[in-house]
Design a protein around this ligand. Structure first.
Ligand code: URA
Length: 397
């Protein structure tokens, strides 16, 4: 068998055998299949899709491409969460320390920016010194010691996803249910948590634009997790994550009394970052130009097009067009208003952070056009569906 056979097979819409998938994952991991053949195979999968059996085989082969963690020696039920990719999604930075502060151990493998969406690892690397490449033993020891670790794929952990993820980002092959499902679940299975909470983003700015495709992705994620013996729940959301099964009052207390923030500082210290950023965000990289975009009229924000805003961010340098490109961690778009907010004419909707006045000018119209202001407030559901092994529950009805 050769990589060419597999590219041809998938190009022609046929299903791979388990052995074929294992061959491909091994070649992606040890570098024996060159990037151009992997890229062609990824595009064939993006266009032709995969069966459930292929998606499961791909996930298991990717999870087994490095060490798989056994967290059973750490007391308590270990949890993990993952988002399938959205714009401005900072949920992990809040949710993971919050859950850890509530005493639930969090062992999380995150990703970098993918397509037009942001990545938790890139955000964490904006903190001076922060290490995301943790060797397995350090990762486990840290969860045991402080109850939380957030790391990336390494040559030790899910190296196949590390290779394929970077290629997908640079070849327009991100928005594929089997590729997202295998990428997310290989990390979740390898990281060893007992319970997995998935935030399946849906809508403009997400990789999956419509609810029925988001349901297909949620089903694939839950099926893979449940078959692997992990309690897995997926929420299909427009923007936000709600934590299921935890007393909200207690979590609110941990947020407001500073416990979650202290846990974030502890995490940053444990991974060699400067914990002072939690008290002084001015220590984060800053762009020299900050240009506001203002509201043309009174009313309510009816639309803030996440894709347009993300593409403006990417044009400023906050994304990768090539696999080896570096992200400018200082640039981007900070939203001052969100959908449903009341706004007065001239009020600031967003601030563009750019390297130069020209770079800011180049995206100003795009950011301004991303907003629609209506006369009346328009209610909108943030939580759309809850998908478990036993079925789908509508949350927006
Ligand atoms: N997050 C991942 O880890 N992989 C994807 O493909 C999408 C989101």
């Amino acid at each position: 068998m050769t990589a060419l056979d597999l590219i041809r097979e998938k190009r022609d819409g046929q299903a791979h055998s388990d052995a074929g998938i294992q061959f491909l994952v091994k070649g992606a991991t040890d570098g024996t299949i060159p990037d151009y053949q992997l890229a062609a195979w990824l595009m064939a999968v993006r266009l032709r899709g995969m069966t459930d059996a292929e998606t499961t085989a791909l996930t298991l082969a990717m999870a087994a491409s490095g060490r798989q963690l056994d967290l059973s020696s750490i007391p308590g039920r270990k949890v993990d969460k993952h988002s399938t990719g959205g714009v401005g999604d900072k949920a992990t930075l809040v949710v993971a320390p919050l859950v850890a502060a509530a005493g639930v151990p969090v062992a999380k493998l995150s990703g970098r920016a993918l397509g037009h969406s942001g990545g938790t690892l890139d955000k964490l690397e904006a903190i001076a010194g922060f290490q995301v490449d943790l060797p397995v033993d350090r990762f486990i020891a840290q969860v045991r010691r402080i109850g939380i670790a957030i790391a990336g794929q390494t040559s030790d952990m899910v190296p196949a996803d590390r290779a394929l993820y970077a290629l997908r980002d640079a070849t327009a092959t991100v928005d594929s249910v089997p590729l997202i499902a295998s990428s997310v679940m290989s990390k979740k299975l390898a990281a060893g948590a007992d319970a997995i909470l998935l935030d399946v983003k849906c809508g403009r700015g997400a990789f999956i634009a419509n609810v029925s495709e988001a349901e297909a992705l949620a089903h694939a994620l839950v099926r893979i997790g449940s078959n692997a013996g992990r309690q897995t729940v997926a929420y299909i959301t427009d923007k936000m994550l709600r934590l299921a099964g935890h007393p909200p009052v207690e979590l609110r207390r941990l947020l407001t009394d500073g416990s979650a923030l202290r846990k974030l500082a502890e995490l940053i210290t444990a991974q060699d970052g400067d914990p002072q950023v939690v008290d002084d965000p001015r220590l984060l990289p800053a762009a020299p130009v900050q240009q506001p975009v203002t509201a043309p009229a009174h009313g309510y924000i009816a639309r803030a097009d996440a894709l347009e805003i993300a593409l403006a961010g990417k044009a400023l340098g906050a994304g990768r067009d090539r696999k080896d490109a570096t992200i400018d961690l200082a640039v981007g778009v900070v939203l001052e208003k969100k959908i449903g907010d009341a706004v007065k004419a001239g009020e600031i909707l967003a601030v563009i952070h750019a390297r130069s006045a020209e770079a800011a000018r180049n995206v100003t119209d795009r950011v301004a056009a991303a907003f629609t202001i209506a006369r009346q407030a328009q209610p909108r559901a943030l939580l759309l569906r809850r998908v478990t092994a036993s079925g789908v529950e509508r949350l927006d009805a």
